[in-house]
Design a protein around this ligand. Structure first.
Ligand code: ADP
Length: 192
Protein backbone atom coordinates (compact mmCIF):
# COMPACT_ATOMS: atom_id res chain seq x y z
CA UNK A 1 0.00 0.00 0.00
CA UNK A 2 1.46 3.37 -0.94
CA UNK A 3 0.34 6.77 0.33
CA UNK A 4 -1.09 7.50 -3.06
CA UNK A 5 -2.30 10.88 -4.15
CA UNK A 6 -4.74 13.10 -2.33
CA UNK A 7 -6.81 16.17 -2.96
CA UNK A 8 -8.89 18.29 -0.56
CA UNK A 9 -12.52 18.67 -1.59
CA UNK A 10 -14.84 20.62 0.68
CA UNK A 11 -14.06 19.38 4.19
CA UNK A 12 -12.78 16.01 3.05
CA UNK A 13 -9.78 14.42 1.44
CA UNK A 14 -10.17 12.36 -1.72
CA UNK A 15 -7.32 9.85 -1.95
CA UNK A 16 -6.16 7.40 -4.58
CA UNK A 17 -4.07 4.47 -3.38
CA UNK A 18 -2.60 1.34 -4.90
CA UNK A 19 -3.28 -1.68 -2.72
CA UNK A 20 -5.59 -4.34 -1.37
CA UNK A 21 -8.96 -3.16 -0.05
CA UNK A 22 -9.17 -6.09 2.39
CA UNK A 23 -6.22 -4.57 4.30
CA UNK A 24 -7.54 -1.02 4.50
CA UNK A 25 -8.81 0.51 7.74
CA UNK A 26 -11.75 2.88 7.37
CA UNK A 27 -15.16 3.45 8.95
CA UNK A 28 -16.70 1.80 5.89
CA UNK A 29 -15.33 -0.36 3.10
CA UNK A 30 -17.37 -0.69 -0.09
CA UNK A 31 -17.89 -4.01 -1.84
CA UNK A 32 -18.51 -4.37 -5.59
CA UNK A 33 -21.31 -6.87 -5.05
CA UNK A 34 -23.83 -8.57 -7.31
CA UNK A 35 -27.58 -8.01 -7.10
CA UNK A 36 -28.22 -11.24 -5.20
CA UNK A 37 -25.55 -10.32 -2.63
CA UNK A 38 -24.42 -13.87 -3.18
CA UNK A 39 -20.69 -13.36 -2.99
CA UNK A 40 -18.52 -13.94 -6.01
CA UNK A 41 -15.01 -13.54 -7.33
CA UNK A 42 -12.82 -10.46 -7.48
CA UNK A 43 -12.94 -7.97 -4.66
CA UNK A 44 -16.28 -9.41 -3.44
CA UNK A 45 -14.77 -12.84 -2.81
CA UNK A 46 -11.68 -11.30 -1.22
CA UNK A 47 -13.73 -9.17 1.21
CA UNK A 48 -15.94 -12.12 2.21
CA UNK A 49 -12.87 -14.33 2.79
CA UNK A 50 -11.09 -11.72 4.86
CA UNK A 51 -14.18 -10.60 6.78
CA UNK A 52 -15.54 -14.05 7.63
CA UNK A 53 -18.98 -15.71 7.46
CA UNK A 54 -20.91 -13.05 9.41
CA UNK A 55 -21.01 -10.94 6.24
CA UNK A 56 -22.63 -13.64 4.06
CA UNK A 57 -25.07 -14.40 6.83
CA UNK A 58 -26.29 -10.82 6.90
CA UNK A 59 -26.38 -10.71 3.09
CA UNK A 60 -28.65 -13.79 3.14
CA UNK A 61 -30.98 -12.07 5.55
CA UNK A 62 -31.18 -8.96 3.35
CA UNK A 63 -31.80 -11.15 0.28
CA UNK A 64 -34.63 -12.94 2.09
CA UNK A 65 -36.18 -9.66 3.25
CA UNK A 66 -35.89 -7.54 0.11
CA UNK A 67 -34.62 -9.78 -2.67
CA UNK A 68 -31.07 -8.36 -2.81
CA UNK A 69 -29.79 -5.02 -4.08
CA UNK A 70 -30.61 -3.54 -7.51
CA UNK A 71 -27.80 -2.03 -9.64
CA UNK A 72 -27.00 1.53 -8.52
CA UNK A 73 -28.25 0.93 -4.96
CA UNK A 74 -26.34 0.09 -1.77
CA UNK A 75 -26.91 -1.83 1.48
CA UNK A 76 -24.93 -1.94 4.73
CA UNK A 77 -23.81 -5.03 6.67
CA UNK A 78 -21.33 -5.86 9.38
CA UNK A 79 -17.71 -5.76 8.25
CA UNK A 80 -16.94 -8.92 10.22
CA UNK A 81 -13.20 -9.17 10.81
CA UNK A 82 -12.34 -6.42 8.31
CA UNK A 83 -10.79 -3.26 9.73
CA UNK A 84 -14.02 -1.28 9.36
CA UNK A 85 -17.24 -0.56 11.25
CA UNK A 86 -19.43 -1.43 8.28
CA UNK A 87 -19.33 -2.97 4.83
CA UNK A 88 -21.38 -1.23 2.14
CA UNK A 89 -22.41 -3.51 -0.72
CA UNK A 90 -23.17 -1.69 -3.93
CA UNK A 91 -23.95 -3.13 -7.33
CA UNK A 92 -22.41 -1.56 -10.41
CA UNK A 93 -23.66 -1.98 -13.96
CA UNK A 94 -22.64 -4.82 -16.23
CA UNK A 95 -21.02 -3.22 -19.30
CA UNK A 96 -23.25 -3.63 -22.37
CA UNK A 97 -21.46 -1.32 -24.78
CA UNK A 98 -22.08 2.05 -23.11
CA UNK A 99 -25.53 2.94 -24.46
CA UNK A 100 -27.59 1.13 -21.82
CA UNK A 101 -27.34 3.72 -19.02
CA UNK A 102 -24.16 2.22 -17.57
CA UNK A 103 -22.61 5.61 -16.67
CA UNK A 104 -25.69 6.67 -14.70
CA UNK A 105 -25.94 3.38 -12.80
CA UNK A 106 -22.23 3.56 -11.93
CA UNK A 107 -22.61 7.17 -10.76
CA UNK A 108 -25.53 6.18 -8.53
CA UNK A 109 -23.59 3.25 -7.07
CA UNK A 110 -20.92 5.65 -5.76
CA UNK A 111 -23.46 8.30 -4.70
CA UNK A 112 -25.76 5.89 -2.86
CA UNK A 113 -22.80 4.25 -1.10
CA UNK A 114 -21.74 7.63 0.26
CA UNK A 115 -25.33 8.49 1.21
CA UNK A 116 -25.55 5.30 3.22
CA UNK A 117 -22.22 6.04 4.93
CA UNK A 118 -23.37 9.53 5.88
CA UNK A 119 -26.72 8.21 7.14
CA UNK A 120 -24.86 5.89 9.53
CA UNK A 121 -22.29 8.42 10.72
CA UNK A 122 -19.42 6.70 8.87
CA UNK A 123 -16.89 9.40 7.98
CA UNK A 124 -14.09 7.57 6.19
CA UNK A 125 -14.96 5.35 3.23
CA UNK A 126 -12.80 3.21 0.92
CA UNK A 127 -14.00 2.01 -2.50
CA UNK A 128 -12.65 -0.44 -5.07
CA UNK A 129 -12.97 0.32 -8.79
CA UNK A 130 -16.60 -0.77 -9.19
CA UNK A 131 -17.63 -2.65 -12.36
CA UNK A 132 -14.20 -2.67 -14.01
CA UNK A 133 -13.41 -6.34 -13.31
CA UNK A 134 -15.87 -9.12 -14.13
CA UNK A 135 -18.53 -6.56 -15.13
CA UNK A 136 -16.29 -5.29 -17.96
CA UNK A 137 -16.72 -1.50 -17.66
CA UNK A 138 -13.75 0.17 -19.44
CA UNK A 139 -11.45 1.57 -16.75
CA UNK A 140 -10.78 5.03 -18.22
CA UNK A 141 -14.47 5.76 -18.60
CA UNK A 142 -15.30 4.25 -15.20
CA UNK A 143 -12.59 6.39 -13.57
CA UNK A 144 -14.12 9.60 -14.92
CA UNK A 145 -17.63 8.62 -13.80
CA UNK A 146 -16.44 7.46 -10.37
CA UNK A 147 -14.30 10.51 -9.64
CA UNK A 148 -16.93 12.94 -10.90
CA UNK A 149 -19.50 11.28 -8.61
CA UNK A 150 -17.16 11.40 -5.60
CA UNK A 151 -16.05 15.00 -6.22
CA UNK A 152 -19.65 16.17 -6.69
CA UNK A 153 -20.81 14.44 -3.50
CA UNK A 154 -17.93 15.81 -1.42
CA UNK A 155 -18.58 19.33 -2.68
CA UNK A 156 -22.33 19.11 -1.96
CA UNK A 157 -24.03 19.93 1.36
CA UNK A 158 -24.76 16.21 1.80
CA UNK A 159 -21.07 15.35 1.81
CA UNK A 160 -19.86 17.70 4.53
CA UNK A 161 -19.73 15.12 7.33
CA UNK A 162 -17.27 12.93 5.41
CA UNK A 163 -13.58 13.17 6.34
CA UNK A 164 -11.93 10.91 3.75
CA UNK A 165 -12.95 9.00 0.66
CA UNK A 166 -10.39 6.64 -0.75
CA UNK A 167 -10.29 4.71 -4.01
CA UNK A 168 -8.10 1.64 -3.63
CA UNK A 169 -6.79 0.52 -7.00
CA UNK A 170 -5.56 -3.02 -7.28
CA UNK A 171 -3.05 -2.68 -10.13
CA UNK A 172 -0.50 -0.01 -11.08
CA UNK A 173 -2.26 0.28 -14.47
CA UNK A 174 -5.61 1.09 -12.84
CA UNK A 175 -3.92 3.49 -10.43
CA UNK A 176 -2.33 5.38 -13.35
CA UNK A 177 -5.67 5.62 -15.17
CA UNK A 178 -7.46 6.99 -12.10
CA UNK A 179 -4.56 9.33 -11.37
CA UNK A 180 -4.72 10.96 -14.78
CA UNK A 181 -8.52 11.09 -14.75
CA UNK A 182 -8.36 12.92 -11.42
CA UNK A 183 -5.76 15.33 -12.77
CA UNK A 184 -8.02 16.06 -15.72
CA UNK A 185 -11.15 16.56 -13.61
CA UNK A 186 -9.44 18.68 -10.96
CA UNK A 187 -7.55 20.74 -13.52
CA UNK A 188 -4.13 19.53 -12.42
CA UNK A 189 -1.45 17.87 -14.42
CA UNK A 190 -0.33 14.44 -13.18
CA UNK A 191 3.15 14.42 -11.69
CA UNK A 192 5.68 12.65 -13.90
P1 ADP B 1 -17.10 -6.02 -10.75
O1 ADP B 1 -17.93 -7.28 -10.81
O2 ADP B 1 -17.88 -4.85 -10.16
O3 ADP B 1 -16.45 -5.71 -12.05
P2 ADP B 1 -14.61 -7.13 -9.65
O4 ADP B 1 -14.34 -7.52 -8.24
O5 ADP B 1 -14.59 -8.19 -10.70
O6 ADP B 1 -16.01 -6.33 -9.62
O7 ADP B 1 -13.58 -6.02 -10.07
C1 ADP B 1 -13.63 -4.71 -9.59
C2 ADP B 1 -12.22 -4.19 -9.37
O8 ADP B 1 -11.74 -4.69 -8.13
C3 ADP B 1 -11.21 -4.64 -10.42
O9 ADP B 1 -10.49 -3.49 -10.85
C4 ADP B 1 -10.28 -5.56 -9.64
O10 ADP B 1 -8.94 -5.46 -10.10
C5 ADP B 1 -10.39 -4.99 -8.26
N1 ADP B 1 -9.98 -5.86 -7.14
C6 ADP B 1 -9.94 -7.22 -7.07
N2 ADP B 1 -9.49 -7.59 -5.85
C7 ADP B 1 -9.25 -6.46 -5.14
C8 ADP B 1 -8.76 -6.17 -3.82
N3 ADP B 1 -8.44 -7.14 -2.96
N4 ADP B 1 -8.61 -4.86 -3.45
C9 ADP B 1 -8.96 -3.85 -4.29
N5 ADP B 1 -9.42 -4.06 -5.54
C10 ADP B 1 -9.56 -5.35 -5.95
Amino acid sequence: MNDGFSLTVGRAVLRLTLGDLTEVAADALVNAANSRLAGGGGVDGALHRAGGPAIAEECRRIRAERGGCPPGEAVLTTAGRLKARGLIHTVGPVWRGGQAGEDEVLRRAYQNSLRLAVAHGLRTVAFPSISTGAYGFPVARAARVALRALLDFLASPEGQSLAEVQLVLHTPEDYAVYRSALAELSGQRPLP
